[in-house]
Design a protein around this ligand. Structure first.
Ligand SMILES: *[C@@H]1O[C@H](CO)[C@@H](O)[C@H](O)[C@H]1NC(C)=O
Ligand SMILES: *[C@@H]1O[C@H](CO)[C@@H](O)[C@H](O)[C@H]1NC(C)=O
Ligand SMILES: *[C@@H]1O[C@H](CO)[C@@H](O)[C@H](O)[C@H]1NC(C)=O
Length: 429
């Protein structure tokens, strides 16, 4: 009895293995008889069967020899067609858009010695073999966005030594191997937006640390970001990770964007230039160790109660502190002599530091929100203020600003072109 079971098991295993092998090799190759193309854009290829793979013949590719890029779209291709690059070795870019593509096999890239940009975005890819891109070694940009990829073999990108940009957004990745980008020394832009990642391995960018320029993992379920994950980065986007409560980074960051998360505490130890943290309703702690390089700070709709470091932010150009209920006063920003844009909420408490506004000579955009709405003042090149979406008069304006408007300031409501009413003139006369 026992023996019989054992034999059965072996049998099933062998059969299972065999069918699998057979179905992989048995892809029936079907020559594409005609191609419906306009210039280098071809549509209406119908090879929807998973057991069939189309291939490009001499005949149909003849008129495409002068193009460096080829676009296939509005087609139904279960498998990526074969022999394209054998027939058209000059192709630098290949886009397969909305073709319901499910499988891509290694053979498809035979002869792809010029291929630098591959776009397979917006298809139905779910599983990719680890050798898929083995023959596409010259790739610099790979777009796999908007597919259904759940998992990536650890070494799938390893042959792509020239890869610079990869887009894996809008897939179903729940985890990512710490080795997935190993040895990719040229990779500088990585997009993992809109997946289901809850964690990023601390060593994920071990081989990109010196030159990673863009990393985006918006709209995931990230709970933490390892402290030393980045050392220097131009753009870091982490917005819409509602589970992210705390963010502590040591990196030098040009632009950090982490809006609409669940952040309570943010500590940035390295040099930062732009920081966007709007709509983190529970954010009550923000520490920026090197505020002297800060140029843009957006912290609207947070729960902050002090922004002491701003007194040292001498290079600040943009500041948005709208909708911060706990902020007792406008932060002290008199050292930010070059401030150009300021947005804040006015209430009866916000008054002491209003005196500084007239001293901000470069201020050309001022947005004041209050109970009844908001006013926007835009100084134009002639040093006038324009007012949008408001019906207020000069007196109200002066009250609100609590300082006398500069002489001969013209206040223009945002009117339709041709509105006969002239500008409102305010200021000391
Ligand atoms: C990548 O693919 C997505 C989905 O089709 C598309 O929206 C995006 O523009 C593509 N990006 C590039 C650089 O081609
Ligand atoms: C990645 O694809 C998304 C759409 O799916 C697109 O919005 C984004 O711009 C792409 N990013 C890059 C760097 O190509
Ligand atoms: C603000 O001031 C106005 C008039 O000076 C007063 O009527 C109002 O109650 C004050 N509001 C608060 C929240 O103190």
């Amino acid at each position: 009895m026992r023996m019989l079971n054992y034999l059965n098991y072996i049998c099933i295993a062998v059969i299972g293995f065999a069918t699998c092998e057979v179905s992989r090799q048995k892809l029936e190759e079907i020559a594409i008889e005609s191609l419906d193309c306009r210039e280098n854009t071809c549509t209406n290829l119908k090879y929807p069967l998973a057991a069939e793979v189309a291939y490009f013949s001499e005949k149909v590719t003849k008129h495409l020899r002068n193009y460096e890029s080829l676009i296939l779209h509005s087609s139904h291709l279960a498998n990526l067609p074969r022999k394209l690059f054998l027939k058209l070795p000059q192709l630098v870019a290949f886009h397969v858009l909305e073709c319901e593509l499910q499988q891509v096999d290694r053979e498809c890239f035979e002869g792809a010695k010029s291929l630098r940009r591959l776009n397979l975005g917006g298809n139905a890819l779910r599983v990719l073999d680890s050798n898929t891109f083995e023959l596409a070694t010259q790739l610099e940009e790979l777009n796999l966005s908007d597919n259904q990829i759940e998992d990536l073999p650890t070494t799938i990108f390893r042959p792509l030594k020239n890869l610079q940009r990869i887009n894996l957004s809008k897939n179903r990745l729940m985890t990512i191997s710490q080795y997935i980008f190993s040895q990719l020394g040229s990779l500088n832009s990585i997009n993992l937006d809109s997946n289901q990642l809850s964690e990023l391995p601390g060593e994920l960018f071990r081989d990109q640390r010196k030159h990673l320029s863009d990393f985006s993992a918006r709209n995931n379920q990230l709970e933490r970001i390892p402290f030393n994950m980045f050392s220097k980065i131009a753009h870091l986007s982490l917005s819409f990770n509602r589970q992210l409560r705390s963010l502590h980074l040591s990196a030098e960051i040009n632009e950090l964007e982490a809006t609409n998360c669940g952040l309570e505490s943010v500590k940035l130890d390295g040099r930062v230039v732009g920081v966007q943290l709007e709509t983190n309703l529970n954010l009550n702690e923000l520490k920026i160790s090197e505020p002297q390089d800060l140029e843009h700070l957006y912290v609207a709709n947070t729960n902050l109660y002090k922004l002491d470091f701003l007194s040292k932010a001498t290079k600040l150009v943009d500041l948005d502190v709208t909708g911060i209920v706990n902020l007792a006063d406008l932060p002290e920003i008199t050292s930010a002599k070059g401030l150009e844009r300021l947005s804040f909420t006015y209430d009866n408490l916000t008054s002491d530091h209003m005196d500084m506004l007239p001293h901000l000579k470069d201020l050309n955009y001022l947005e004041i929100s209050h109970e009844e709405g908001s006013e926007i003042f835009i100084k134009d090149l002639d040093e006038d203020f324009f007012v949008e979406e408001s019906e207020l008069n000069c007196g109200q304006l002066a009250d609100l600003l609590e300082f006398e408007l500069p002489k001969d300031t013209a206040i223009l409501e945002d009117r339709l072109v041709g509105d006969p009413r002239g500008p409102m003139r305010c200021g000391m006369s």
